[in-house]
Design a protein around this ligand. Sequence first.
Ligand code: MG
Length: 390
Amino acid sequence: MSSRWAVEPGLAPYAAHESASRGRRHPEPPPEARGEFQRDRDRIIHSNAFRRLAYKTQVFVNHEGDLYRTRVTHSIEVAQIARSIARSLRLNETLVEAISLAHDLGHTPFGHAGQDALNECMREFGGFEHNLQSLRVVDELEERYAAFNGLNLTFECREGILKHCSVANAAQLGELGERFLEHTQPGLEAQLANLADEIAYNNHDVDDGIRAGLITVDDLRAVRLVRRHLESVDVEHPALSGRRRVHETVRRMVNEVVLDVIRASGGRLAAAQPGSIDAVRAHATTLIGLGDEVRSDHLELKSFLRENVYRNHRVLRMTSKARRVIANLFQAFTADMRLMPPEYFQAATQAGERDGARGSARVVADYIAGMTDRYAILEHRRLFDPAERT
Ligand code: MG
C-alpha cells in the first residue's frame, strides 16, 4: 500500500512506514492530499463513537462535574503524550495519534464498572472486552461508508487498538490475532499508545481524585513519584497553595515519566537496532517502556490510586449503581428485544437467526456499549420508572 506520502523522511527504520503497511481489509485507492495514517486518524475523529466519548467517563460519572476527564479528553491527553514521545524517538506520530484517539472507542458507559457489568452479563455469550469492542466499532459497527462496514482502517492502526485479547478470541481474528497466539509484539506505535494510556490515567486520576475530595495532596506524600515533585515545588515556591500547587506537581510528574520513557526506550532501541517494523514484531520483548526505577514508582502510584480512589466509598457506591443499571438494561433487552430501537431489534433478530442466543446477545451488548452515561441513565428510567415517558 502506498500513497505519495509513502516515503516518510525523518522516521527511524523501526517506525511504521506507510510503504510497509499491511494495508486495509477492503482495498481503496490511495488518498490524494494526505497519507494513509492521516486518513485513519480523520476517520476516527469523524466517527459517531468518537463523539460519544465526550459523554462517557473513566472513573467519575459524567454528571458529577464539568472539570473531570471524560473519555474524549482522556483520549486527547493520551494522544498528546504519545505524540511527544513518538517525535522524540522518530516514530510515526500520525499513526500513534490515530491509535490513541481510537483506543477507547469501544468503552461502555460508566467506565470500568460498566465494562465489568457487561462482561458479567455476556458470560454465557462470549464475554465482553472493551479492547475487542473498540476493534468491533472500527471494523463493523460504524456505518458511514457506502462500500464497507466500519472505518476500514489500516492493519497497523487496528493492531494498536487491540491491546489485549484472549487466545479464544485471537483465534477468530485472522492475521490480527496472530500475535496473541505466537507471542510476538505489535509495532512500536502500538506499544507507545498503550503506555501513554497508562501514563495519562495515572496522572490525571491524581488530579481528578483531589478535585473530587477523595484524596488530599498530603495523602499523596506516601507515593514516591508525587513526594519528590511536591517537595521540590514547595521548596521552589513556598507560597504556592491549592489547585496551582497540585497542577505544578502533576505537570512535573508527567514530564519526568515522559522523559524516562524516551530515555529507557531509546536505550533499548539503540541496543536492539531493529531494522524494520517486522523486526520489532519479532523481537523477544516490547521495546517501549519505562526504566526500572520509574516503573516501580509508577506501579506504586497505581496501587495507591486503586486503594484510595477506585475503591473509595463514594466511588464504590457509584459503581455499584452503574453495574445495576447495565445489568437491568441487559436483562430487559434480552427478555424482549422489541424494547430496543427498531434497527437494533432487527439486527438482533437477524443475528439470532444466524448464531442463536449468542448472536442476539452480542447486538444487545453493542447497543448498551454504545450508550453514553446519561443516555444509559435515561434509558433505564424510561424502562423502569412508570412515571417516565417512554
Ligand atoms: Mg484509555
